[in-house]
Design a protein around this ligand. Structure first.
Ligand code: CP
Ligand code: NVA
Length: 316
């Protein structure tokens, strides 16, 4: 019975960025995630990945994403196989294209966390099986769905909300939140220094989605942009692979820290705080805000697992 509820029209597709999905399709994934979470909290046991395998490729480190994929797939009877760059030849001795063709013969699906979006695209193109983007330099779509679920749980709605990403507006999380907000009609702003505004191509990509959904997308280095925000969101100032830029980032981003004053600048009583984690306390967020009752970061982290299970159930 329950398995039929995940008998989705998306079987066989990949998730590389939410730009490839319609608003209705994204909301369908959200419904699946709500159901997966309910089932988990009811302690239901299902074996919906029995006889299935997934390759989990990680060029970059991970706590939440790896744990979510590995536990969600395994507890449903599937066999996840973790592969770091220490273990496989990807992009080194063997091309991504060839790796894709081999894995496509042996696995039911692939998750990829790494540097280049081009690589996750090649895996999808040449493996012939569903590929899920577990984070690249450009996008982090599974994170964005968990964040939408967290918003929905806290406010009981999505339309009419406004959230603001404070910090490195070019990074993978900021871009993914912009895309999913533009698709779903949620007002979204980036509060960042001009040097770290998202690139024009991503703004151009989102503009027609926002026009269609009615979402208001703003990008500003003026603090007034946080006014009216239901949620302030931040991420590390230095993403994986950019460690050499630490000093410059700290200098540029200090005024964009989420602290008590910035929370108050929203002018709202019930503004929540979200962070994809891992967090560097004292940099992008103060310990005071991170540990406050406004902070929803642990629900958000838990939601990674339910949303990732839902995405796998829908695609594989
Ligand atoms: N938010 C997130 O992707 O966490 P990990 O890097 O621990 O997977
Ligand atoms: N922007 C961060 C996200 C980590 C989940 C990074 O890429 O390191």
């Amino acid at each position: 019975m329950e398995a039929e509820k995940f008998d989705s029209p998306f079987k066989g597709r990949s998730l590389l960025t939410w730009a490839d999905y319609s608003p209705e399709e994204i909301l369908q994934f959200l419904d699946y995630a709500i159901l997966a979470k309910k089932q988990a909290h009811n302690k239901e046991i299902h074996q919906r990945f029995l006889g299935k395998t997934i390759a989990l490729i990680f060029e970059k480190r991970s706590t939440r994403t790896r744990s979510s994929f590995e536990t969600a797939f395994g507890e449903e009877g599937g066999h996840p196989v973790f592969m770091s760059t220490q273990d496989i030849q990807l992009g080194g001795k063997e091309s991504v294209k060839d790796t894709a063709r081999v894995l496509g013969r042996m696995f039911s699906a692939i998750e990829f966390r790494g540097f280049k979006q081009e690589h996750v695209q090649q895996l999808a193109e040449f493996s012939g099986i569903p590929v899920i983007n577990g984070l690249t330099d450009e996008f982090h779509p599974t994170q964005a769905l968990a964040d939408i679920l967290t918003l929905q749980e806290n406010f009981g709605k999505l339309k009419g909300l406004k959230w603001v990403f404070c910090g490195d507006g070019r990074n993978n999380v900021a871009r993914s939140l912009m895309i999913i907000s533009a698709k779903l009609g949620i007002d979204f702003a980036i509060f960042a220094p001009k040097e770290l505004f998202p690139p024009k191509d991503i703004q151009d990509l989102c503009a027609p989605f926002a026009k269609e959904s009615g979402a208001k997308i703003e990008i500003s280095d003026d603090i007034s942009v946080v006014k009216g925000a239901d949620c302030l969101y931040t991420d590390v100032w230095v993403s994986m692979g950019e460690e050499a830029l630490k000093e410059e980032r700290t200098r540029l981003l200090k005024p964009y820290q989420v602290n008590k004053e910035l929370m108050a600048a929203t002018g709202k009583e019930n503004t929540i705080f979200m962070h994809c984690l891992p967090a560097v306390l004292g940099q992008e967020v103060t310990e005071e805000v991170f540990e406050s009752s406004a902070s929803k970061v642990w629900d958000e982290a838990e939601n990674r697992k339910h949303t990732i299970k839902a995405i796998m159930l829908a695609l594989i």
